[in-house]
Design a protein around this ligand. Structure first.
Ligand SMILES: [Zn+2]
Length: 160
């Protein structure tokens, strides 16, 4: 996986956890998550839903690029993990700044558990989170501290 001019480029043997969840934003070096927004009630869904589950509107939802900025709402450390996952990864609820009702479940990366604080600022970063039985590597959305002083490369969910 590499990122060139804000575009996520998969390499041989890699795939994203869901299709079409990363978007390139002109002028930004980091890809963004692509959500959907209801044209009727404005609800933002991620993972993206084609129809709104909040108001059951009949219009299709529209693409909505997220900002990549969230805050840590809660977290847990996964001691027992499924095959292919790195042990002791940190699983978090991340409240997105775009829409405070939008909470993503995602792994944290590049942070030591002792540096975590509820309500700290987090930034989305694409990362390989698991290796499938067939050797395929799965790229997903992770979050790391926005404050560089709290980033510890290679900690918390780092996949070999
Ligand atoms: Zn709606």
């Amino acid at each position: 996986m590499k990122i060139e001019y804000g575009e996520l480029i998969l390499e041989s043997g890699e795939r994203t956890i869901r299709p079409d969840i990363f978007a390139k934003v002109d002028g930004d070096a980091t890809p963004h998550l692509l959500a959907r927004q209801c044209q009727d009630c404005g609800d933002v869904s991620f993972p993206p839903f084609r129809y709104c589950l909040m108001c059951n509107g009949e219009k299709e939802t529209e693409n909505r690029v997220l900002s990549n900025d969230g805050i840590l709402a809660s977290y847990t450390i996964a001691r027992q993990v499924m095959p292919g996952f790195n042990p002791d990864y940190i699983l978090a609820n991340v409240r997105m700044k775009d829409d405070p009702s939008l909470v993503l479940v995602a792994q944290l990366t590049d942070v030591k558990p002792e540096d975590l604080e509820i309500d700290m600022d987090l930034t989305m970063v694409p990362k390989i989170i698991k290796v499938l039985m067939n050797g395929e590597m799965v790229v997903s959305y992770c979050f790391r501290p926005t404050d560089p002083a709290k980033v510890s490369l290679g900690e918390g969910g780092q996949t070999e």
